[in-house]
Design a protein around this ligand. Structure first.
Ligand code: 13P
Length: 259
């Protein structure tokens, strides 16, 4: 790890660490109940980190029934950009708020790539989430080809600009950014500390007056074995987890590393 990364994190002690489990399209009622019971048992009392689970929509209510009264918070994986109307199959931010969600992941690379979500749609969703007084977790990140061409910061800048163009920068006081390099998601490859710090610092530099306040998560093959090293990086404020959030022991180890 380069010397610049050995700084301690006191400079941003005011940013509460955040660990978010994105279950994606996994689990069933039985496995979810087991997973959540273990998470809740292992995450009681006061903590200096926030922990969020984002199950598939059909499981939001049973999930909330288990985590209610614990410090574990509820999030959703996606949302409609519209508030109400003839949008078959869609779910509004207001509906998610009614089901006790506090956070909504938007612009995940799987939705951008597989569902063709555009920067413009992501910006609309960001606004819809904030209209419902929920906190958007805005995912951004470059593909392998973009990184290999040296375009990663430009891609990040463009993805952020698309949102700034609609809402400005000030609304990021109630938002979280997640840097998820596409090539690191579900691949077992993690960005090196230097790569992660470069992008996280760059993201911060784009946030104007809120630069030092906004939580910026890292996502992409975070595991119990690499979480501590990632969380020691000055501009990383927690993690957005995929695979590791489906295993209670692994998930709790990562939450504790952030705590
Ligand atoms: P993995 O942790 O499985 O790489 O997934 C990361 C992710 O996409 C979280 O949103």
């Amino acid at each position: 790890m380069g010397e610049v990364l050995l700084l301690n994190k006191t400079s941003h002690a005011k940013r509460r660490q955040l660990v978010v489990g994105n279950w994606k399209m996994n689990g069933n009622q039985h496995s979810n109940a087991e997973l959540l019971a273990q998470i809740v048992a292992g995450w009681q009392g006061e903590h200096s980190a926030d922990v969020v689970v984002c199950p598939p929509n059909p499981y939001l209510i049973p999930t909330y029934d288990i985590i209610a009264g614990s410090p574990v918070l509820l999030g959703a994986q996606n949302v409609s950009q519209y508030d109400v109307g003839a949008f078959t199959g869609e779910v509004s931010a207001q509906m998610l708020a009614e089901l006790h969600c506090k956070f909504v992941i938007i612009g995940h690379n799987e939705r951008r790539r597989l569902q063709g979500e555009t920067d413009e749609q992501v910006a609309q969703k960001f606004m819809a989430v904030q209209r419902a007084n929920l906190i958007p977790i805005l995912c951004i990140g470059e593909s392998l080809a973009q990184r290999e061409n040296g375009w990663h910061l430009e891609v990040i800048r463009r993805q952020l600009e698309a949102v700034f163009a609609h809402v400005g920068r000030d609304v990021f006081a109630n938002a979280v950014v997640a840097y998820e390099p596409v090539w690191a998601v579900g691949t077992g490859k993690t960005a090196t500390p230097e790569q992660a710090q470069e992008v996280h610092r760059f993201i911060r530099s784009q946030l104007g007056g809120l630069a030092e306040e906004v939580r910026i998560l890292y996502g992409g093959s975070v595991k119990a074995g690499n979480a501590e090293q990632l969380f020691a990086i000055p501009d990383i404020d927690g993690a957005l987890l995929g695979g590791a959030s489906l295993d209670a022991e692994e998930f709790l180890k990562i939450c504790k590393a952030a705590d």
